[in-house]
Design a protein around this ligand. Structure first.
Ligand code: RI2
Length: 307
């Protein structure tokens, strides 16, 4: 349990972050917990796995990759402890392997849509979006990237460092300069924390302003998302919860402690409606947002049983 608690803490504090990485870390935690679980009965085994799964899922509420990964990994059908343990280990390993392959496939599929000379704008730090950008560069396309700072956690700095290591020219801008620079952009590429059944995107706060500015300037808006980031429960109308993080990520508490009429809000994500999205690059191909329901129904069929 101590290792599960450590992983949960790293996810909560964002030492482990990015919807895909969170999912993989949670799958690993479930697998390692099941491996070392010493129980007297099947009932105890089931109860402990359920407890750990719920605990991991509660660490961050928005990225649907987290509950999807935990549910996929903690699945078992046997009523025998040893067999059930083995099933969980195999399911978790399968998920982790699938997640790695998905990133590679997204890079391969999405990079074909990048033209030589493209200027790409990105937001925050998405491994899926970066997979497309770096693959296009490796394939010899002469591209450059405009990266937002992505306040308050400034994940844009991770993005420019990653791209710099590849030798890709990058311009760092503040979030409020998105519309100012959109005229210089050919494509916007962002990642996803969740995609709803109606094709709406949930991603880092500020993503919707990139989408609006791209729409206004008639620039292409591309989302990079593994199929495990699609949200099954949105099919029955359940909303995706937007995480609101601590105020001290934005402002020093001492600064506002003297002010009695001020509140500070810190939502970590926002919604981009489907009509602002041109395509979603997934590990099973490029889809229009209107196909999100089909991806959930046909590709995540395993989950629908619980709704
Ligand atoms: O899975 P990958 O593509 O890496 O990231 C997907 C999204 O996860 C991140 O959230 P946070 O920084 O963990 O809050 C960003 O919103 C990013 O776009």
């Amino acid at each position: 349990m101590q290792k599960v608690q450590e992983t949960a803490e790293k996810i909560r504090t964002m030492e482990i972050r990015g919807a895909g990485r969170i999912a993989k870390a949670a799958a690993e935690a479930v697998r390692d917990y099941a491996t070392g679980l010493d129980v007297a009965s099947m009932e105890e085994f089931s109860a402990r796995i359920r407890e750990v799964s719920n605990f991991l899922i509660s660490t961050r509420p928005t990225a649907v990759s987290l509950p999807n990964a935990v549910k996929l990994s903690s699945k078992y059908s046997s009523a025998n402890v040893e067999e059930a343990r083995q099933e969980i280990i195999e399911n978790a390993n399968l998920f982790i392997e699938r997640a790695d392959k998905a990133l590679e496939k997204i890079g391969k599929i999405g990079s074909r849509r990048i033209q030589d000379g493209d200027v790409i704008m990105t937001h925050c730090n998405s491994h899926a979006a970066l997979s497309i950008i770096t693959k296009a560069f490796e394939n010899g396309k002469d591209i450059s990237v405009i990266s937002t700072e992505s306040r308050p956690r400034c994940q844009g700095l991770l993005t420019i460092r990653h791209l710099n290591d590849f030798g890709i020219p990058t311009t760092l801008i503040v979030d409020s300069a998105v519309r100012y620079y959109m005229k210089d952009v050919d494509k916007v590429i962002v990642g996803a924390d969740a995609i709803a059944a109606n094709g709406a995107l949930v991603n880092k706060i500020g993503t919707s302003q990139l989408a609006l500015a791209a729409h206004e300037a008639r620039k292409s808006f591309m989302v990079a998302a593994e199929t495990f980031k699609f949200s099954p429960s949105t099919i029955v109308g359940n909303p995706i919860e937007i995480e609101e993080r601590a105020v001290d990520e934005i402002v020093d508490l001492a600064v506002i402690s003297e002010l009695s009429h001020v509140q500070v809000r810190n939502p970590a994500f926002d919604f981009t409606p489907a009509e602002y999205i041109d395509m979603i690059v997934t590990d099973i191909g490029i889809i229009p947002p209107a196909m999100a329901y089909t991806v959930i129904k046909e590709h995540l069929g395993w989950e629908l049983g619980e709704i």
